[in-house]
Design a protein around this ligand. Structure first.
Ligand code: C2O
Ligand code: CU
Ligand code: CU
Length: 509
């Protein structure tokens, strides 16, 4: 990946290859329960009201390690899962009950992380949710311990796996690394009718890698420059699945639905099964695909989700590994006796309209840039050459469709996420990077490639590949107001690779 600048030497870290593998069962996050009902913002209805405190707790990531300090939601990482129904609104209060001092290293040079601000401020964003701007978790609205906020989630969108996480400006990478992430599932009658594996046969798999010290605690490195501790990427020696290192899961010889989320700061996963069996991918960030896609190796970038079905029927009594590249991450233990499997994997899932570039009112060409120091170490990452605090430049009108052409001038893939909306990928096409940098011209040097079959559904996060144009087509619907778009590599996002955008009222005709 990127050229990494020198970092302060790390303290002794665990060696996962020497840990007892598959010693712990895969934990399943609890389902959140409403604590009552409250009047919704329009004062028309009493709706379910949840209260999820953000706090410090200790949790074991492996049988043989001391409990790890986390900052998260409720008392688990991932936090309690919110189960919502399409069209049924809810309210969630998110009290900040964190200790005053952060336990990971803040870089006070970063936007929003200036000295003097409360260190453990936080604000919650539901990734992929169509919400009014005042409930979206504006990064500058992060609040201090002792404060609280109540957000309104209308859930007027298709069934999908969303996730909630911290979005505090300048310390987002640290807060999420500390454990601030959880799942938010939207279901609906349409999806129910497909009879996909459900209940005990629908399992979330949340991937987060961490640097883990021998004392079981999270380590977050700092650069060699004491005044500028920010590092351009964070990848851990230990990959946690649902907060556990090298877990196992007992399964029946039948179909399972796995809801995969990459909640890592920077790491991309390339998942496969040790027995060579491919995954059947049925959904992506914003819900079901048109039809299942056979995927032997599943790539998931930070922020992305994949909905997959695995049938263990042919593997009675076997142990099946889940690998990232060649490293095992977890083990499925398939029971020996055959069982009935009433669930379905329908050959057709839903109608996804074809993408029509002609629907777009305009195209915005937006660069992804990395600014380096003289040593070639990344200093800052920018969207369209602009910093966070520059005036809002992207102001799509409500109800209109636009093409955003992401011109990646860097050597890395950046997973780009837009709040509020869902979009489709049009294509990727190699460009002459120097022509864009020096002559400000977009020169294509290859053919446009359509998205992979398993990216051809509704997305909210797209891998913008290096030296290429990645075009997405977006309809700006539902709300006007300020939102953000950013790279989901959290180290980039925290260091200027995030910009506001504003959905404005349509011009009057
Ligand atoms: Cu996962 Cu700004 O979002
Ligand atoms: Cu988001
Ligand atoms: Cu990035």
């Amino acid at each position: 990946m990127v050229h990494l600048p020198p970092m302060q030497p790390a303290p002794p870290l665990i060696d996962p290859a020497r840990m007892m593998p598959f010693a712990d069962p895969l934990p399943l996050p609890e389902v959140a329960r409403p604590v009552g009902k409250r009047l919704n913002p329009s004062r028309k209805a009493q709706v379910p009201f949840y209260r999820i405190p953000i706090q410090e707790f200790f949790s074991k990531i492996h049988r043989d390690l001391a409990p790890t300090r986390f900052w998260g939601y409720g008392n688990s990482v991932p936090g309690p899962t919110i189960e919502a129904r399409g069209g049924e609104e809810i309210l969630i209060e998110w009290p900040n009950q964190l200790p005053a001092k952060h336990f990971l290293p803040i870089d006070h040079n970063l936007m929003g992380a200036e000295k003097g601000r409360p260190e453990s401020r936080t604000v919650v964003h539901v990734h992929g949710a169509r919400v009014p701007p005042e409930s979206d978790g504006w990064p500058e609205d992060a609040y201090a311990p002792g404060k609280s906020t109540t957000y309104h989630y209308p859930n007027t969108q298709d069934a999908a796996l969303l996730w909630y996480h911290d979005h505090a400006m300048g310390i987002n990478r640290l807060n999420i690394c500390a454990g601030m992430a959880g799942l938010y599932v939207i279901r609906d009658a349409f999806e129910d009718a497909l009879n996909l594996p459900r209940g005990a046969y629908e399992i979330p798999l949340v991937f987060m890698d961490r640097m883990i010290r021998t004392d079981g605690q999270i380590y977050y490195p700092v650069s060699m420059f004491p005044d500028a501790p920010w590092i351009p990427e964070y990848t851990g020696n230990a990959t946690l699945i649902n907060g556990r290192l090298l877990p196992y899961l007992d399964v029946q010889p039948r179909k399972y639905r796995f809801r995969v989320l990459n909640a890592s700061n920077s790491r991309f996963y390339f998942l496969s099964l040790g027995n060579g069996q491919p995954f059947q991918q049925i959904g992506t960030d914003q819900g079901l695909l048109a039809a299942p896609v056979t995927v032997p190796r599943l790539s998931v970038a930070p922020g992305e989700r994949a909905d997959i079905v695995v049938d263990f029927a042919e593997h009675r009594g076997q142990h099946v590994l889940l690998n990232n590249l060649f490293a095992p991450l977890m083990q499925f233990r398939v029971a020996p006796e055959a069982v009935a499997d009433p669930s379905a994997l329908p050959p057709v899932l839903r109608t996804i309209p074809p993408v029509a570039a002609t629907d777009a009112l305009r195209t915005r060409q937006l660069t992804l840039e990395e600014v380096d120091n003289v040593l070639g170490d990344p200093l800052v990452h920018l969207l369209d050459g602009k910093h966070w605090h520059e005036p809002v430049s992207e102001k799509p009108a409500l109800g209109t469709t636009e093409i955003w052409e992401l011109l990646n001038l860097t050597d890395d893939t950046h997973p780009i996420h837009l709040h509020l909306v869902r979009f489709r990928i049009l294509d990727r096409r190699p460009i002459d990077v120097d022509a864009r940098i020096y002559d400000k011209k977009v020169v294509y040097i290859g053919d446009a490639v359509p998205p992979e079959p398993n990216e051809a559904g509704w997305k909210d996060t797209v891998r913008a590949t290096p030296g290429a144009s990645t075009r997405i087509i977006v309809k700006f619907e539902a709300y006007t107001g300020r939102y953000v778009w950013h790279c989901h590599i959290l180290e980039h996002e925290d260091n200027e690779m995030m910009r506001p955008y504003e959905v404005v009222a349509p011009p009057r005709i």
